[in-house]
Ligand binder design. Sequence first.
Ligand code: HEC
Ligand code: HEC
Ligand code: HEC
Length: 128
Amino acid sequence: MARIAAAILAASLAAAPLADAGEKRAGRVALPVVKITKGGDCVAPTDEMRRNHMEMLLHQRDRTMRQGLREKRFSLKNCVECHASRDTGSVLGKEGFCSSCHAYASVKIDCFECHTPMRQVPTAGAPR
Ligand code: HEC
Ligand code: HEC
Ligand code: HEC
């Protein structure tokens, strides 16, 4: 979380000289909430995930839909199982893993109109 915040902050600071100094944007915008509540490694290194997760998912969708291939590692369901919030069970919402970062980056995805944003397997022993 600190790392992505730092990276985005660094990026916005780097862009700052180009913006009107009067706008005072850097340092005032909300930073994305990137909380990871389930242990285990991601399907690829964090840097690669930050840069390429969209490609993995989109290519996977193409391959799955058009050629009938499945690779569980890159399945959307799998992402949700690890990244859903412990509190809400979802990757969406104000502090949701996918939505908070996308809100920050102004990215809109339609995926969860069909796919569930909810973790399916309850965390073992979670009292709730
Ligand atoms: C109109 C409904 C719909 C939308 C919108 C949609 N999908 Fe899907 N998706 C499906 C269906 C149906 C399947 C095939 C059934 C399955 O495997 O669950 C599928 C399968 C997949 C799979 C492979 C199976 C899995 O669970 O991983 C991935 C990955 C995937 N979609 C990603 C996406 C992404 C990323 C988006 C948004 C960019 C998206 N989908 C938007 C309907 C949709
Ligand atoms: C087994 C659990 C697990 C699965 C499955 C998983 N992730 Fe991750 N993911 C993690 C963990 C843990 C991290 C944090 C790694 C770190 O900080 O070094 C992470 C990091 C990320 C990041 C970078 C976040 C940041 O700090 O910038 C993105 C983006 C991401 N994952 C997206 C996905 C997507 C998309 C999928 C499905 C294709 C997925 N993950 C599947 C556990 C998982
Ligand atoms: C670390 C921040 C971050 C996290 C966390 C994150 N995303 Fe993204 N995502 C982005 C950014 C930034 C883009 C836009 C990249 C671009 O346009 O090149 C994006 C784009 C996408 C796209 C492609 C949208 C399009 O129309 O091209 C999909 C699909 C996607 N993300 C799915 C997910 C899913 C599913 C999750 C949660 C499992 C997730 N992302 C978590 C930052 C993030």
